[in-house]
Structure formats: C-alpha cells, structure tokens
Design a protein around this ligand. Structure first.
Ligand code: ANZ
Ligand code: ZN
Length: 859
C-alpha cells in the first residue's frame, strides 16, 4: 500500500471519530471490578456557538479522560447542557423566538461544533437541564428539602433589577448596578424561597481542609465567602424605654471603649423610630440609594443620624452612650446593629471624629509605654487595631486581649447581658427568580392552607409552552390560565407559585445525574452514584470558584440528609484553567477591528485592510465579542484540524495560566502534526533489526531516552502538566530525527522512538495517533490500548562523568560507561594528556576510585 504525499486531516479525523462512535469506545458502563475515574468539565450554557474557552476546557478534560482510560480506569466523561437562563428569555423578548426552541437550536449547533474536536465523550448520557425529565427530579428534591427544613420561605429585602425585572444576588450587583443590564439596582421587599445553606456553614468550611486536590486559591475564596467570625452578642438597653439593642462584635474585649451604638437603616427599631421622624425617614432614603452591596457600603462616606436616645453600658449601668442610625451598618450581617469603639476600629474612629464623639483607648501595645501611648492616641485619627494589653477597662485591666475576650463573654453570660457566638458571612441561598425560563417551584398558594407542596403524583410542574413575552415582568405571572389551580389539600381555588428556581439550582446536582441520566423514576440510582461519585477531576473556569462550587457542595450535603446519596464532597479534584486571550486591534479612529480586518504591510507593520492606515495593537485580553479579538473554533478546526488545535491549546503554557492565541502558534502545531506524519512514514519504511540496542551507542541512547520520555510524560499527565508533556514528546521526535540511521539497530531505535511518540500523543492528538498506529500495523485502536510502559532499568543515564585528580588536584574529567570496570576507568584516566603531563614518566603508585565520582592518581 502506498502512502499519499500529504496527510489528509479532514478525512482522517472524520474516519476515527466514526470508528470510535461505531465501536462505542467511550460509553461508560458500571463495572465494579474496575477502578473508576469520573472526568467532568463544567457543562456549557447553550449560547449558540462554542468559543475558544470551551475548546480549551474540553481539550484539557479529554486528555485526562483518554489518559486515564489507557491507564486502566473505567472512565466516565459525559457532556450536557446547562440550559435554563436569561439569554433564552431575552431572545424571546427581542426576537419572538420561544426560549425552548431557541435553546434546542443552540444545543444542536454547539454539539455539531464540538463533535469535530474528537472528544472521548459518552454522548449517550447527554441531557439538557430544561427538559422536564431533568427538572422534575429537582422539584422533588426541593420538596424533600422543604420537609427536612432545608428550604423555607421568608420576606426579605432584595436587589431588584428594574430592566430585567428580576431579583439579583448580592454578587450580581456591581457598583450598585445590575451585572447584566447596568441598571441602578433598587431595594424591594419580596417573599422568597430560600435554601438553608447556612445549616452547613461549619461543615462547608471545615471540610475545605480535606479538599487537597483543589487549588488553594479556590479554597481560600470559599472560606472567605463563608466568613466565620467568633465573637459575642451584647445587649444594650435603651435608656428610658423597654427596647434593647442587640449587637454583634468580634471585639468584646473593647467593650469599655464603646462610644456609640449604631443601627442599620433597616433595623426594626429604626423603622419604628422613623414613624415619628421625617428627618430619619429622609436619612433612611439616603441610605437606600447606596444599595445593599458590601462594596458600596464600604466605600461610601460614613454618615450617621443621631436618634437623641442613649443606651446603657451592659457591664457598667452608670455609663450611657448615644444611639445613632448609620449608613455603614448592614442589616443582613450579625444583628444589624454595632457598638463603635473609635480607638480600635478605623471606621469608628472616622465616625467619632466627624461627630465629635469620645475616643477612649482600652488596648495598648504589650511592650510599649502605656501612658504615652494613651496620651498620643487621644489626639490620633488612626485607630490601633492590634492585640495588646487592656487599660481603662475595669476588671480587665492588665489582661491580654485574648484573655479579655473570654473574660467579657463570661461576665456577659453571668449577667444575662450577652453571650459568645459564631457569626457567618454566608447567607441562605435565595432561589426565587421572577422569570419564565427556569424550573417552576412546585408549590401552590392556597388562601386557606398557605403554601402547599405539589403532590408527588402531579410532578413535574411543567412550564406552559404558550407564554407570551411582550409584557415586562414574569410571563408565568401574567399567563391567563397556568397559575390557576385547585388547592391539592382543600380543593379551594388557589394559585401556583410563579417564581422559578435560580439557574444555579440545575448545576448543583447535574454531576450526579450523569451517573444515571435516563432514570425516569428517581433522580439517580444509589448504586450508580455510589460507584461513580465523587467526580475525580472537575475542570472549569475560576469564575465559578465561589458560588457554583459552594452550591454544589451544599446540595450534596442536603441530598445526603434527604437520603439520596451518601457523600459529602462532590468534587475530589478541581482544576481551574486560565482564559484564552488574544491581542486587540483598533483602527486609527478607535474602532475595534477583527483579526481579518488587519493585514501586514510590506514593512512588517500592521495596517487596516479597509483604508491601509496603521492600527493600534493592544495588549492580549480575554477573547470577547465586544473587543472583536475572538477566534472562531469552526474556522480553526476547519483549517488546521482538531489535532493541531488541541495540541496548540495544550502546549503553549501551563493550563492554569491565561493562554495567548497566535497565528504562529496554531501554524506551528499544524506543522508538527504534518512532520510527525512524515517521520512515521519513514519509520515504517526502514529495515530494522529485531532487537533494540540499549548500549552507549547513539541508537542505544535514543532507546533509553524514549523510555525516559514515557516516564516523564506519564508523570506530567498525572499532574496535568500538559505543556511539558508536549514539550517532551517534541524533544523525543527531534532526537529521533537527529539519529544517524546507518544500520539496522539505529533503524530499530528510530522506529521505536517515533512509535512511542505517536503513542504518547494519543490523549492529545488522538486522530493522527490512531491513524499512524494503524499504519504501524497494530490492529487494536489506541482508544482501547493500554498506556505504554517504560523499563525502569533504562531510565538511568548509561554513562557517568568522573573527575580525575593527580595527587588530589583536579586535572580533567572523563566520560565512562556506568558499567565500566576499575581497570577500564584507570586506563581511560591515565590516557588523559593532562594526567600524563603531571606524572611525567614517574611510575604510578596507586589509583583510588570513588565509583561514579572521582579517580585519584598517586604517582
Ligand atoms: C465592636 C468593635 C470594636 C468591632 C473594635 C471591631 C473592632 P467581621 O470580622 O466581619 O465579623 N459589625 C458587626 N455587625 C455589623 C453590621 N451588621 N454592619 C457593619 N458592621 C458590623 O466583623 C465584625 C465587626 O464588624 C464587629 O466587631 C462590628 O464591629 C462590625 F475595636 O464590634 B466590632
Ligand atoms: Zn387549601
């Protein structure tokens, strides 16, 4: 059979994709006799087109999946669609497309774009979360959470986006504006469904320690988000009234330094005071304009409103301090009230200096002059926030701050004036969204019975197909019939809940559904999740480091509490990849230009194709539509093939770093693929000796280098160091090319090296690897072949460098075979000119050899 002169990328890639599919190579089956490995990339939102970020993400996952398969694991590598979400609904509003039809169309388009990448995905398990077959199970989960007390409903203040007409989570508010619309966010009070993630706050924090295959950065972000603070609650009676203000503090030790108590603008006591005070009402309105985000609150100028009331010190009834309402006190943290200690908190210091409140130092540095420190601190505008020794603090004086904290808490508890407590920054997860394109919340509101769960037999609650999107607001709310139903409990006319779940709901358990995606009676069978979970390697963007991962971790615990599975942590290993970036181009008049609108002038500078004018080249940034610096995966796959695209994605830099796309890079990868094809052709044609040389000859060295490369690439892939793995294979190919193929032994070594390079590339460039493997005469596909093994005995270098000394002085070095005998080493050493010159004819009395290191000649 003669070989064509060029590698036919398209034909070959299609050929192998079809073979893998026909052989059903990547369909995962339960097999308790084999160790399993579950590889998962964060599933995509079906926006309509894949982008280079997807290509990178799925390539990384695919390499792991193929590698682990070759290493003998029973691999699960699924793909599906995170299919609910706002863009579909916006498409409906803007273009009249039905969100469902729009979504399914996008899924088809993206699947068609993904298939040519040659992913080792079990497509039998594909699902879209907008299908009732999927969301019916999460409706059931929600009802089970409700029964278990892990879901509840309450009135709460929300961030309202007046353009999207929906509630935003705090982190979706950026600088007081909606993250998508940029509209100024308003505060509204709504009845919302919550999941009780705070129930697991401690566990979610503690078990971060066990996640040693997660990036430290992500663990820290999760820990900060949960935000555990140890402190105390302290009760301050309002002078002359029955009211008591409860405050949370992490510094009970500074209690004697308190100079004011401040309430949040939304504290119930503030609300009641505002009824008789138009000035306070105006102040509250001013606070509202600030929004609820912590960021906004932190950066705004600190302002207060003096209520004219005073509160009594809990440890000394003879002391009283003023009660303010202040814009920096958040209602949804602690108790919505604080005591201010200006000497030891900067924010309180600023506030005290602004309103002329007293500053009382109660902590001094342990090793300084206390009197001088206090004197100086009385005038200061900077607070001392460190630990130290207590002063001006009654029974605490002389204690260190840590002991003082304990002592104050003990005294407060004794007096019934407060107690030690732990406070979390983590809030319960509000899951209600006033949108159509999400999973309906399976509850019916009855005027007589209240919120009644939809009976199991009536699940799923399906979205109506005939919603209209021409009015602002929630289409489920103004659908003419959908919400009107009889109460399942008393039969009275009642109304469905018209809110749908936050779309983070679907992504909180999809990894479990992949274990049993077709199950129609339950979300997943226990024995299947017991076998497949946890996910062994999860791969995705760092933008999901906090919410998605935290919600999925919470869900796993909640599902365990409800008897669905028996697992605490869903993702054993996590890898967060960097972004795909490219330089940006702007025309002389400042317009963003696409790559195709830019050309190289004869002098090498870049110019705009349209007008020939020079352009401005900007720094490399994340590929985006707005900056027109995207590269379309379709055109790349079409021009260079999947293998070259994958290879480039893997080889350019470590996978956790941002990746710079370049034309030169993809072309280089493409040239390498073609070179490999030509070299493999040569290797197939040579007359090779039957046995491989392992001696110190160049051919033997190549054989040993090949073994070493197997060992190193294996290690690299285990550690997800894909770029170094590629670099090592390239080195091997270069070494093979450089070998003089003069005899049969050399040809055998050459052939072995090239074949091994092909084998090692199988997870990375699977198509050409399969093609060449078949050409080499193997009948089993690489997709079904075990990973190559190396001979540990051949890993060591065959030669060693030894220092040669004459009477203890270094005179030169020699290169000898590791197996050389003492006589051989001696004769090589004595033959050195420099050694000969030193002995100058004298008889050699003794030669001392330290094996592998030194030869000392005594003449
Ligand atoms: C008195 C005090 C004295 C405080 C001192 C600090 C230093 P973390 O660590 O984040 O938990 N605080 C409590 N509730 C608040 C709320 N709803 N809005 C704004 N601030 C609030 O912070 C706890 C500290 O933040 C608490 O300790 C309280 O101020 C303030 F020298 O109490 B501290
Ligand atoms: Zn009823």
């Amino acid at each position: 059979m003669t070989r064509p002169d060029r590698y036919n990328i398209k034909e070959t890639e299609q050929k192998w994709q079809k073979r893998w599919e026909d052989r059903r190579c990547f369909e995962a089956r339960l097999d308790p006799s084999r160790p399993k490995y579950y590889v998962l990339e964060m599933f995509p939102y079906p926006s309509g087109r894949i982008h280079m970020g997807h290509v990178r993400n799925y390539t990384l996952g695919d390499v792991v999946s193929r590698f682990k398969r070759a290493r003998g694991y029973n691999v699960l590598h699924p793909m599906g669609w995170d299919a609910f979400g706002l863009p579909a609904e916006n498409a409906a509003i803007e273009r009249g497309a039905h969100p469902g039809a729009w979504t399914m169309q996008n899924i088809d388009a993206m699947r068609a774009q993904m298939k040519p990448m040659g992913l080792s995905v079990d497509w039998q398990r594909e699902f879209a979360t907008c299908s009732p077959d999927y969301y019916r199970h999460e409706q059931k989960m929600f009802l089970d959470f409700l029964k278990a007390g892990l879901a509840y409903r309450k009135e709460s203040w929300v961030n309202w986006d007046p353009v999207d007409n929906t509630v935003l989570a705090n982190e979706q508010v950026v600088d007081g504006r909606g993250w998508r619309t940029g509209a100024l966010v308003e505060r509204r009070k709504l009845s919302q469904w919550f999941l009780k993630i705070t129930h697991f706050a401690d566990e979610l924090l503690d078990s971060l320690k066990t996640l040693d295959r997660w990036p430290d950065k992500v663990r820290t972000m999760q820990a900060n988000w949960i935000g555990r603070s140890e402190g105390a609650r302290v009760r301050w009676p309002v002078q002359g009234r029955d009211d008591v203000i409860d405050v949370f503090t992490t510094r009970p030790d500074t209690l004697f330094g308190a100079s004011f108590v401040a309430l949040s603008a939304h504290h119930p006591f503030t609300t009641s005071l505002a009824e008789g005070s138009p000035d306070l009402k105006a102040f509250i309105a001013e606070c509202d304009r600030l929004g609820t985000s912590e960021e906004a609150v932190e950066t705004a100028e600190k302002k207060g409103f003096d209520t004219g009331l005073r509160v009594v010190h809990p440890l000394d009834p003879s002391l009283s301090i003023p009660l303010y309402v202040a814009n920096f006190v958040l209602m949804d943290y602690g108790t919505g009230a604080v005591f201010g200690c200006p000497a030891h908190d900067q924010r309180d210091m600023d506030f005290a200096r602004k309103y002329g409140l007293s500053v009382r130092t109660v902590v001094a540095p342990a090793d300084g002059d206390t009197v001088a420190f206090i004197a100086c601190q009385d005038q200061a505008s900077e607070a001392w926030t460190g630990d130290g020794v207590m002063v001006n603090s009654s029974f605490l004086d002389g204690m260190d701050t840590v002991a003082a904290r304990r002592a104050v808490i003990a005294r407060l508890e004794e007096l019934g004036a407060g107690e030690g407590t732990i406070q979390y920054r983590l809030r319960d997860w509000g899951v209600s969204r006033q949108r159509y394109w999400g999973c309906p919340i399976p509850v019916i509101h009855c005027p007589a019975c209240g919120a009644v769960p939809v009976p199991d037999a009536d699940l799923p609650v399906r979205l109506p197909d005939d919603a209209s999107f021409d009015k602002p607001g929630n289409p489920l709310e103004h659908h003419p019939t959908w919400k009107h139903v009889a109460c399942p409990s008393c039969g009275t006319a009642a109304q469905r809940e018209t809110d749908t779940f936050d779309t983070f709901f679907e992504s909180s358990w999809y990894f479990a559904r992949f274990c049993d995606p077709k199950n129609s009676t339950e979300a997943f069978a226990r024995e299947l999740v017991r076998y497949w979970l946890p996910v062994d390697q999860y791969i995705g963007g760092v933008e999901h480091a906090v919410l998605h991962l935290l919600y999925a971790r919470f869900f796993t615990r909640a599902l365990k509490a409800c008897g669905y599975l028996d697992l605490d942590e869903p993702f054993d290993g996590l890898f967060t990849q960097g972004m795909v970036c490219m330089e940006t181009y702007r025309s002389s008049d400042g317009r963003w230009l696409e790559r195709g609108e830019v050309d190289r002038a004869p002098d090498g500078s870049l110019v705009c194709v349209a007008d020939g004018k020079p352009i401005v080249v900007g720094r490399s940034e994340k590929m985006s539509k707005s900056k027109k610096n995207g590269v379309d995966p379709d055109s790349i796959l079409g021009a260079y093939g999947a293998d070259a695209a994958r290879l480039f994605m893997l080889s350019d830099c470590p996978p956790e770093r941002d990746f710079d796309w370049s034309d030169a890079g993809i072309e280089g990868a493409w040239r390498f693929v073609n070179r490999l094809w030509r070299m493999a052709g040569e290797a197939m044609a040579v007359d090779a000796a039957p046995a491989l040389p392992v001696d110190t000859s160049p051919a033997g060295s190549l054989v040993r280098f090949t073994h070493k490369t197997i060992a190193q690439v294996t290690e690299d892939l285990e550690r997800l160091r894909f770029n170094t793995a590629v670099a090592r294979v390239r080195e091997l190919v270069n070494a093979a090319a450089a070998l003089d193929k003069g005899d049969g032994q050399a040809c055998a070594a050459f052939r072995f090296a090239v074949q091994t390079a092909v084998h090692l590339l199988a997870p990375m460039t699977p198509h050409i690897a399969e093609e060449l493997w078949e050409e080499f005469g193997y009948t089993a596909m690489l997709a079904e072949s075990p990973w190559p093994v190396f001979d540990p005995a051949l890993l060591e270098d065959e030669t060693v460098t030894m220092a040669v000394q004459v009477r203890g002085k270094l005179r030169g070095t020699i290169e000898v075979a590791r197996s050389a005998s003492e006589e051989e080493i001696q004769s090589i050493a004595l033959a050195l000119d420099t050694v000969q010159a030193q002995i100058a004819g004298h008889p050699v009395r003794r030669v001392v050899i330290v094996p592998g290191k030194i030869v000392n000649v005594v003449a």
